[in-house]
Unconditional design. Structure first.
Length: 188
């Protein structure tokens, strides 16, 4: 499958943290990308590698994303059992990168408000989205389907970033962690 054309997204910078180190400054509207060691993280990376080839394959290193929603390191993410509130301390023992977005304060508020609404509405993990993505990866078909009120981690972040004026070249609900990494040029 040929890669979709895309426009890189402007960002203010990146901050990288190895295991046991943590960010001291958090800006709502930024997001993290991380690389987990578990079986589900491995499955996500394998799936991403089915679609992403060549020089872009390095972005498949990333397997999870979460949105920063407070200056205290509070996060909102799509994880078991759905869209939940979490904290950056949950990632203290894994490597992660904070992507500092290039959004205005008003746009950051919209981004956080969107993610908060998803958490408050108890959006579920998008198992149907995973099936849709898998069919796309395996067949090359450009078909997308999901169940309303469901999301995946990177889809949640992409949908929130849309509130800052970011335009993605694919359905934001189907954006995988590697896609976010490519759009924001987050190399491992």
């Amino acid at each position: 499958m040929s890669p979709l054309p895309f426009e890189p997204v402007a960002r203010q910078g990146l901050s990288r943290y190895p295991p046991t180190e943590a960010a001291e400054v958090w800006v709502p509207g930024d997001f993290i990308l991380t690389h987990g060691p578990g079986p589900f993280s491995r499955l996500i990376r394998v799936g991403q590698r089915l679609r992403i080839r060549g020089d872009d394959r390095l972005f498949t290193y990333w397997s999870h994303a979460a949105l920063v929603v407070s200056a205290h390191g509070d996060l909102i993410e799509a994880n078991k059992p759905g869209v939940i509130r979490a904290h950056a301390d949950d990632y203290r023992n894994v490597e992660y990168t904070v992507v500092h977005t290039d959004a205005s304060p008003a746009d950051r508020e919209q981004c956080v408000a969107f993610a908060t609404a998803c958490a408050d509405n108890h959006e579920a993990i998008g198992h149907t989205i995973f099936v849709s993505i898998a069919l796309t990866l395996l067949t090359g078909a450009k078909v997308s389907f999901s169940v309303d009120g469901t999301t995946i981690c990177s889809g949640l972040v992409a949908r929130a970033q849309e509130r800052t004026g970011v335009i993605f070249s694919r359905d934001p609900s189907h954006i995988m962690p590697a896609d976010l990494a490519k759009y924001y040029d987050v190399r491992p």
